[in-house]
Ligand binder design. Structure first.
Ligand code: KG4
Ligand code: ZN
Length: 336
């Protein structure tokens, strides 16, 4: 693989991020400017506000990435940017900035799929991942189980039919008045409660496939919450614990089943929901019991960042797979 020093840029949602990574594995700088404080007031991400904040922050964030890496702009070999999927107005800020930067420096431009970036966060830290592997990608916008036969070849085994796992966390947290982002809020509330005090469904657990559905779980949680409130028996901590347990159990069981079905010895996790402590604990327990190897990124590399974008771009760089300056941004995945 060719040596590379790549600037990654990520603006697909509410984090303005830039990072410089050497050879897809050595992080020289990793700057994440989060807008959480701003969107918290609205209970979720407001797309236009996100785009406007990216516009204000992007140049400063990129500059910091260079100064922390102690590099001149001209030292990099390529500029990589997330161009799908995500909020299109937010993506366009990163894409436009990356194009101008690449053009001015006369360096190649590389387009990165955000979900590939999440998966590659694993390769930034773990050099001993063996293939084939099952990869559980769970973020605010997507939830899929993939079969990876090597680092670049992946087949979708199943996906969510409706809400993404992170989306369900966010919606239920908002409904329960726990705030935004919902994943960390529910995780925190759950530590003070007990799963099993009330019952929520393990949706699709008994099905013989790798599809997910989280919208029904969300509705069941909301209905039970309303009922318990009418009876004066609502305990937000127990609700958070049971909701988290119901969602995590399905993610873990389906991942283990997929490993058995495809005779795979490795499971990887990726995306913001992979930061969930209950998910990490249960997956570790079940993979240990099954004799499987488990990999997941450190907490700060699970949620959105640009180091994972630069890591994925290293492989495009090796293949000379460059994007034209007419590169556009797309809200949807198109294909994995
Ligand atoms: O990957 P990510 O940062 O952005 C997207 O690509 O969507 O994921 C964000 C999602 C949000 O829905 C957030 O609530 C969830 O990841 N999340 C968590 C945790 N930390 C972030 N969900 C459960 N537990 C967490 N600790
Ligand atoms: Zn993400």
């Amino acid at each position: 693989m060719r040596e590379s020093l790549i600037l990654g840029i990520e603006t697909s949602c509410d984090e303005t991020a830039a990072a410089i990574v050497r050879n897809g594995g050595e992080i020289l700088s990793n700057i994440v400017n989060s807008q959480i404080d701003i969107h918290q007031q609205f209970g979720g991400v407001v797309p236009e506000v996100a785009s406007r904040k990216h516009i204000e922050n992007i140049a400063g964030v990129v500059h910091r990435a260079f100064s922390e890496a102690q590099l001149a702009y001209s030292a990099i070999d390529a500029v990589a940017v997330t161009n799908r999927p995500g909020l299109v107005g937010a993506l366009l800020v990163g894409v436009s900035f990356a194009k101008a930067f690449a053009y001015a420096l006369e360096k190649p431009l590389i387009a990165v799929n955000h979900l590939h970036g999440h998966i590659y966060a694993n390769f930034l830290e773990h050099k001993d991942i063996e293939f084939p592997a099952i990869c559980l990608v769970v973020s605010g916008g997507h939830s899929s189980l993939l079969l990876m036969s090597n680092q670049n070849k992946m087949e979708v085994l199943g996906e969510t039919r409706d809400d993404a796992a992170g989306e369900a966390f966010d919606k239920v947290a908002r409904f329960l008045g726990l705030g935004y982002p919902g994943g960390p809020a529910i995780q925190e509330a759950a530590t003070k409660g007990k799963a099993g005090q009330l019952q929520l469904p393990r949706v699709f657990l008994d099905r013989n496939d790798f599809e997910f559905s989280f919208s029904g779980l969300k509705t069941a949680a909301m209905n039970q919450w309303n009922k318990l409130q009418r009876r004066g028996q609502a305990n937000v901590y127990d609700m958070a614990a049971e909701f988290q347990a119901a969602l995590v159990e399905v993610l873990v069981e389906k991942s283990i089943k997929a490993a058995a079905r495809y005779q795979v010895r490795t499971i990887m996790m990726a995306g913001g929901v992979a930061a969930n402590q209950e998910l990490r604990n249960l997956m570790l327990k079940k993979t240990n019991e099954a004799g499987l190897k488990l990999f997941y990124p450190s907490l700060n590399l699970c949620t959105d960042n640009a180091a994972m974008i630069a890591a994925n771009a290293h492989y495009h760089y090796g293949n000379r797979s460059f994007a034209p300056l007419s590169l556009n941004a797309y809200p949807s995945l198109l294909s994995l």
